[in-house]
Design a protein around this ligand. Structure first.
Ligand code: K7E
Ligand code: CUA
Ligand code: CA
Length: 631
């Protein structure tokens, strides 16, 4: 057993930003725990010391067999998926394919996924940044998670009861959906999302000039996933957030210059935050004060300068993240090229829209935090945490003090700056985007890992760091390498999400299979049947570990074959797969699920199919043969 002096020395000997556990076990932490357990400050017994150290360690270590307190949903960036982590252990629990193709589950291969992606799916990639969970009255309701696709201008929805993507909408008239947030109050009726790049309207080759190019703020109906309306704006759009009244949403614009070159986008000292008046926009749409563009039927309203639907608040300079404080009082715009963030008072926006105050008057604070502020998150105790990309730090600051300072009082609003490794983009505190912000954990998504992990060639992982923010001081407790490129994550309490353990037989996710089976007179959970319909063949097959209901079926070369596999197992965790060798076919079939895949039968011969999700001691034996005869 080590004495406290030894540990303290070890800590001071650790390299700068070195082993986090040692640092965490430093004297301050131990004294804090000792105080809290009433052990007094004089001499600690060896046992008491060990117990205190153990307690401190246990705070973030989840022992084998124990469950995490939070779900974390990580965007997969240009990898195109969403990842589910347990926090604070930072263990990856699941991957949810969204815009990507996934060999294990067959996402992008199965008919069910193609129904979501579009049967004529042509994109194999996506670029998702901003995962957000649906809310009721400003609290996560655990129903859906929404995420953007910058690469191909889409928005996806994930059903959190089954953790599968169930809808994807392509947004018309715009390019590159970036910032995405949800209406918080009264509930998530709208998904708000920003299209980043300006394009001609319509973009049909009749116009190419930048002057006549615009981008739009978009609102989707969260249930139907149809685009409800679009708002043309000046400049471009980056990130966005909504307020806690349901009335306003706000977005940052870094390219008020509408430049194409880097120097041009940095010309203005101030760009702006554009505020959208949701009530007025809805009224304008209702009153028919909109146009449509090209083939799209979506109502498009004009929110450029001079419109009564929007207001433009000048803020410095190429701002990036925009984050609503959990008390509902402020939008904070992060300056990026300015060392400041701008605090916008939401209760002044009514006056701004009624032209009772000036365009900069809602800015009630502009604290200087450091170099490259990108995103801000909150602990629910009045403190904000802003990532400083260039400084490689997180800055903890106090909102009330920053406002006092802006009003001329001599107060220090900065509470702490903590080194992170390295160059952080988003950060996210537990429950920070809801009224329940609990100030326990902070995840910092560092874009560079440099020397933090074993080298793996020129392409490095990123580094998602976990920071304990429950006390006065931020403490770095965990490094987590991640693959390209989680821009953002969201933490939600584990009791706020209810997942199904097995599928329901009539789940809408595979409704088209159920419908087709009905037409064919097939009972999915019982029948094994081959139905020929011209050159289309439908193969219905059951599966119970470790057997398919059919070990052989015959088709002809060039047939369009659809295989429906229904999993009859009712035991949790017994998922089967279906892989047809040499046909590019693979899919997951979990308990009580039906999955289907359509492919063209290859050259005459014998092709084995097998189960590729390990389900039983005799899993290797679970297979069969497709006999392809000459046409
Ligand atoms: Cu990378 Cu939110 Cu797309 Cu900032 S965004 S870092
Ligand atoms: Cu069924 Cu493996
Ligand atoms: Ca700019």
């Amino acid at each position: 057993m080590k004495k406290q002096e030894d540990l303290t020395r070890e800590q001071s000997e650790a390299p700068e930003g070195g082993l986090s556990r040692r640092r965490f076990m430093g004297a301050a932490a131990i004294a804090g725990v000792a105080g809290a357990t009433g052990l007094g400050s004089a001499v600690m017994s060896r046992e008491a010391f060990a117990a205190a150290a153990e307690e401190a360690r246990n705070k973030f270590v989840i022992h084998p067999g124990e469950l995490d307190e939070y779900y974390g949903f990580w965007s997969g960036g240009h990898q195109g998926e969403v990842r589910v982590l347990g926090v604070p252990s930072m263990r990856e629990l699941m991957r949810i394919p969204v815009f990507n193709v996934d060999s294990a589950t067959g996402w992008g291969l199965t008919n069910e996924s193609k129904d979501v992606l579009g049967r004529d799916k042509t994109y194999l990639n996506g670029d998702c940044h901003h995962p957000h969970i649906s809310m009721t009255d400003g609290r996560y309701d655990g129903k859906y998670l929404f995420i953007n696709d910058k690469a191909n201008t889409r928005v996806a929805r994930i059903r959190l009861d089954i953790m599968k993507t169930d809808k994807i909408t392509h947004i018309p008239n715009v390019q590159a959906i970036h910032g995405l947030r949800l209406q918080k109050v009264p509930k998530t009726n709208y998904v708000f999302c920003n299209a980043e790049f300006v394009i001609p309207q319509p973009n049909d080759g009749s116009e190419y000039s930048l002057e006549k190019s615009y981008t739009m703020f978009n609102a989707l109906d969260a249930e139907t996933m149809e685009v409800a309306w679009q708002v043309i704006v000046d400049g471009n759009l980056d990130n966005t957030d909504a307020d806690y009244t349901g009335k306003y949403a706000a977005s940052t614009c870094y390219n008020s210059e509408k430049a194409v070159d880097l120097a041009g986008t940095m010309r203005n000292d101030r760009d702006w935050v554009v505020v959208f008046n949701v009530e007025r926009i809805e009224a304008a749409v209702k009153a028919g004060k909109f146009k449509t563009i090209g083939d799209s039927k979506v109502p498009v309203v004009d929110g450029r300068h001079g419109s009564d639907l929007t207001r433009y608040i000048p803020v410095p300079k190429n701002p990036h993240g925009l984050n609503t404080s959990p008390d509902g009082k402020y939008f904070v715009a992060n300056g990026k090229l300015s060392p400041t963030v701008s605090i916008i008072a939401i209760d002044k926006l009514d006056d701004l829209f009624d032209d009772k105050i000036g365009e900069r008057d809602p800015v009630v604070g502009e604290p200087e935090l450091g170099l490259g502020p990108l995103h801000t998150t909150y602990d629910g105790r009045g403190n904000a945490y802003t990532t400083l990309f260039i400084d490689s730090q997180v800055c903890k600051w106090n909102i009330a003090d920053a406002i006092k300072h802006y009003n001329g009082e001599k107060v220090n609003y900065i509470r702490q700056k903590l080194d992170v490794h390295y160059q952080p983009g988003h950060n996210h505190a537990s429950l920070t985007e809801s009224r329940d912000a609990d100030g326990k954990w902070l995840v910092v998504l560092s874009k560079f890992s440099k020397d933090r992990f074993l080298p793996v060639g020129p392409l490095h992982p990123e580094n998602d760091q976990l920071i304990d923010i429950s006390g006065e001081e931020m403490k770095l407790v965990h490094d987590g390498p991640t693959y390209a490129e989680p821009h953002d994550c969201i933490l939600v309490r584990r009791d706020q999400i209810k997942t199904k353990k097995i599928w329901e037989r009539n789940d809408p996710f595979f409704a088209s299979a159920v419908e087709q089976a009905k037409k064919d007179g097939v009972t999915l959970e019982a029948d094994n049947k081959v139905i020929r319909d011209g050159n289309k063949v439908r193969v219905y097959m059951t599966s119970v570990a470790p057997q398919y209901g059919m070990t052989e079926f015959k088709v002809k070369e060039g047939d369009e074959v659809t295989v429906y596999v229904s999993n009859q197992d009712t035991i949790e965790d017994v998922s089967h797969g279906f892989c047809m060798v040499n046909h590019g076919v693979s899919m997951e079939i979990s308990p009580q699920q039906t999955s289907s895949v359509t492919f063209t039968a290859g050259k005459p011969g014998v092709y084995w199919y097998y189960c590729n999700w390990f389900c039983h001691a005799l899993h290797m034996e679970m297979g069969g043969r497709m006999i392809v005869e000459k046409a």
